[in-house]
Design a protein around this ligand. Structure first.
Ligand SMILES: C[S@@+](CC[C@H](N)C(=O)[O-])C[C@H]1O[C@@H](n2cnc3c(N)ncnc32)[C@H](O)[C@@H]1O
Length: 474
């Protein structure tokens, strides 16, 4: 196929489509972006840059015969790609008001880009979320939401750095290592370049409390797992998470003997992981088929434990009810110390051709969770889906002890050319009753990359899952 978008070969194109990358240097990151988003032979169009390293950007453009201009000095040229490195703005922000001023400056720069950029070309903004004192500010999400009135928000990439987080107070939950977001916007027919303030309330309820027990702060802000090949009964489920993920989070947020809950148990990964760590595992699952698999996996583990003469015998228990999570009542379970869960990702499993659906079909495997209208994965309307899920979480946090933690594994969703920032929308809704803590990313490195949009435009392969962390106020 003819490549009308840039000059890259498919071999160079594909790795860029991964939605996360190991950040090594600004130079490498800029080079990859400039080469991907600029077509060098378009001599009249320029690359516009705003940030602290114009010299490096110029060197890369010179090497690739691309004309560069500083964004604050852009005049009559037409832009084919722009980068705003907003990390410098955020470094000097010390509270919400400072940020709102910084946001105004970033938005003004973006509007300048909008006025000159060619149709269907991209703007990339580099920006981190930040913990300041004991409050968490998801600046990147806020900027993306607000700026999506000006430009179409198309995609995101997570820049995963090896730099350590400066842990300010040991008793706060702070993932180690740092990361930042590369937000990608496109000029298309969906927006008119006018700024309209969004109604999101990310900064309203974000006071982080001191936990009752000390944190180990052992969870990195991004991690890669090497999941074991799934066993026969586990493959039957379309979307389970690995027990290694459960082990990591349950170890951080609970102690031995405590109670762990998952209202959408699937194959019982949360309960099994909890039992392996000498915690109790509880949950519900709508599908009888999967509830049975979850129960038998926990039972098998407990039997093997009892038969193992060398294992220390501990009194652990589990309970998984075949039930709609909407109908959980206070008498069903004891009070919980921690909730770890992952919902259906809207109705994505019903999308023919989505993700690995075709592969499952050829293997004769179930592609969705169920055909029940109570299954959240069968709700077609996005807003209704987010509201229904939020109601379930508000119901189950009644079980959570004050000060207890909740982790939700989710993805932002792309559907029919539109971006639905599900992780951010859910966080926003949950902040009405929960305290938002820093998110961590499960970066998947074991899936083959699909050449979406090859030769025409950029669409990433979403290989990063958000692990959203919250605390119930005391
Ligand atoms: C992403 S999967 C969870 C996978 C699980 N974490 C694992 O590792 O096996 C979501 C699960 O939610 C279940 N589900 C959907 N709607 C539900 C509802 N209303 N109540 C309870 N479970 C529901 C689905 O059957 C599915 O098993």
């Amino acid at each position: 196929m003819k490549n009308r978008f840039n000059r890259l070969t498919s071999k160079e194109w594909l790795p860029f489509q991964k939605s996360w990358f190991r950040y090594e240097s600004d130079e490498k990151m800029l080079r990859e972006n400039i080469r991907f988003f600029c077509k060098a032979e378009v001599v009249d169009d320029v690359f516009a840059y705003w940030g602290k390293d114009f010299k490096t950007a110029k060197k890369i453009c010179d090497e690739n015969e691309i004309v560069i201009t500083p964004l604050d000095d852009v005049k009559t040229e037409s832009i084919q790609f722009a980068v705003i490195d907003a990390r410098g703005f955020i470094d000097s922000v010390s509270d919400k008001d400072d940020y709102i001023t910084a946001r105004k400056n970033i938005v003004n720069l973006a509007i300048k880009v909008y006025e000159r950029i060619e149709h269907k070309r991209f703007l990339c903004i580099l920006i981190p979320n930040r913990q300041i004192d004991n409050r968490y500010f998801p600046f990147a999400w806020d900027l993306a939401k607000n700026l999506s009135s000006v430009f179409s928000l198309k995609d995101e990439k997570i820049a995963c750095t090896e730099m350590e987080t400066n842990v300010q107070e040991e008793r706060l939950f702070q993932p180690t290592k740092q990361l930042f977001y590369c937000l990608y916007f496109k000029k298309d027919d969906m927006t008119q370049g006018k700024f309209i303030e969004s109604s999101v309330r990310y900064f309203e309820n974000n006071k982080q409390l001191s936990p009752s027990s000390g944190f180990q702060n052992q969870i990195p802000s991004w991690f890669i797992l090497k999941p074991q090949p799934r066993k026969k009964n586990e493959i039957l489920h379309p979307a389970k998470y690995p027990e290694d993920l459960v082990i990591m989070f349950v170890s951080e947020f609970t102690s031995e003997g405590e109670n762990v809950f998952d209202p959408m148990a699937g194959t019982g990964s949360t309960q099994l992981g909890a039992l392996k760590l000498n915690r109790n595992g509880y949950g519900t699952e709508l599908s009888e088929f999967f509830a049975d698999i979850a129960l038998s996996r926990c039972q098998d583990f407990m039997v093997a434990q009892q038969e193992n003469l060398f294992a220390q015998q501990k009194e652990m228990s589990f309970k998984i009810l075949h039930k709609d999570a909407r109908n959980i009542s206070p008498g069903d379970f004891p009070a919980m110390d921690y909730i770890l869960t992952s919902p259906p990702y809207w109705d994505m499993l019903n999308m023919k051709g989505a993700e690995n659906q075709a592969k499952r079909l050829t293997l004769g495997l179930q592609t969705n969770y169920s055909d029940s209208d109570k299954d959240l994965g069968n709700i077609v309307d996005y807003e209704e889906f987010v509201v229904s899920l939020t109601e379930i979480y508000f119901n189950i946090i009644e079980l959570l002890k004050p000060g207890g933690y909740l982790t939700i594994v989710v993805k932002n969703i792309k559907k029919k050319g539109r971006n639905y920032p599900f992780a951010w929308d859910l966080s926003n809704a949950l902040q009405e009753r929960l305290i938002l803590l820093p998110e961590t990313f499960w970066c998947q490195d074991d899936i083959s990359i699909a050449p979406y949009g090859y030769g025409n435009t950029w669409v990433s392969n979403t290989f990063h899952q958000y692990c959203l962390n919250f605390q119930k106020p005391i």
